[in-house]
Write a protein that binds this ligand. Structure first.
Ligand SMILES: [Zn+2]
Length: 363
């Protein structure tokens, strides 16, 4: 420990009270022991944050991902955004100890690979992309690649409603749908590392073809992409809706926020499409509640950020109708209060755990 103090990485933060003998000194990492970059490479937006080793946010930035421009451009834009964040933060380059990045594809964490990206138009380009190594080569610091939902859930565990909870399930509904399961305070990954693929639960065996190859996955019926598509095609078929006006007549501009806003103003189409999506999510969740008996379900992602009050009651009602009474009565439903930078914060937190461990080993 003296070594860490000499290196000015930790400070003595007072004496813990102890009933016997010499009082142990409690040590904590100095907030300027190092800085970390957290990145969330999302389907629409890339978020970059910088935090100190304790997780305090010192900088954040958001830019458009532009997935349609192709993988290489997306990657070079991401590297540039990280360089700019480091420069803009005003912290010296050698103070940066690590970069954590979240991606919404199927991830092999141990190899740092994006195995695939099951989204229309992205399948071929994002196969076996060594994203972690690309970052390590560019920046020369420890890097980590994680599934974006697990990165968001990590932020929830350390900075959000999951703080202090040992067991909870985080459910994220954005352009895709995913979940993260915490058991005994730890993220459950499963032996193969892909636990939590809630979006690929079959809810309609005759439903639409999913990018994963299965039919009727939850994601094809209830993701923001599916909701936007349903509203768009109904308007194209002549259904009257406030969304047309909100999108200023350009149906390609329809966003989940517009649909939420229209539903709050009693727009029939928006209300019906959202209601159907939430009902699919709740039916799938009732199975999860029966299977795992969670005491807390935390909901996040663009759908729940749009108009949170639209969702909680219908979710509760359907889970109560469908799950076993005891488990349904025991589960509490909460909507995340973290902002859209949660994924980047969580990715930063994950790399900070590795960096802090290395700092201690160096001592
Ligand atoms: Zn699927």
């Amino acid at each position: 420990m003296q070594n860490l103090i000499d290196k000015r990485l930790v400070i003595e933060s007072g004496h813990n009270s102890s009933a016997f003998g010499r009082k142990p000194v409690s040590l904590s990492l100095r907030e300027d022991a190092g800085f970390l970059v957290g990145v969330d490479l999302g389907s629409f937006y890339t978020r970059v944050v910088i935090t100190d080793v304790r997780g305090t946010l010192v900088y954040k930035r958001e830019l458009k991902t532009g997935m349609a421009d192709g993988r290489d451009l997306v990657l070079s834009r991401t590297l540039k955004a990280i360089h700019k964040a480091i420069d803009d933060s005003g912290k010296p380059r050698n103070a940066f100890k690590g970069i954590g990045i979240g991606h919404s594809g199927v991830i092999d964490v141990s190899k740092g690979l994006v195995l695939s990206f099951p989204r229309p138009g992205q399948m071929a380009e994002w196969k076996n992309v060594p994203l972690r190594d690309i970052l390590e080569r560019e920046f020369g610091v420890a890097c980590l690649l994680e599934d974006s939902v697990r990165a968001i859930a990590t932020a929830e565990k350390h900075f959000g409603l999951g703080t202090g909870l040992n067991d909870f399930i985080y459910v994220d509904v954005g352009m895709g749908i995913g979940a993260a399961i915490f058991i005994d305070g730890k993220l459950y990954r499963g032996p193969g590392g892909s636990a939590g693929e809630f979006g690929h639960m079959t809810v309609d065996e005759h439903g639409p073809l999913c990018c994963c190859g299965n039919y009727g996955c939850l994601e094809t019926l209830a993701s923001c992409a599916a909701i936007i598509q349903s509203v768009k095609s109904a308007i194209e078929k002549g259904v009257d809706s406030k969304v047309r006006e909100l999108a200023q007549g350009d149906l390609n501009r329809i966003s989940i926020e517009m649909i939420g806003q229209a539903a709050m103003q009693n727009d029939g189409l928006s209300f019906r499409v959202l209601h159907e999506a939430v009902s699919h999510i709740a039916i799938a969740l009732a199975d999860v509640v029966n299977l795992l008996n969670p005491h807390v379900l935390i909901f996040g992602g663009a759908l729940f950020r749009s108009e949170p009050e639209l969702f909680l009651e219908p979710l509760k009602r359907t889970i109560k109708q469908r799950a076993l009474e005891k488990s349904a009565n025991e589960v509490q439903l909460k909507i995340s209060t973290l902002g859209s930078e949660a994924g980047a914060l969580g990715a930063g937190r994950l790399i900070s755990e590795i960096v802090v461990e290395r700092l201690h080993q160096e001592a």
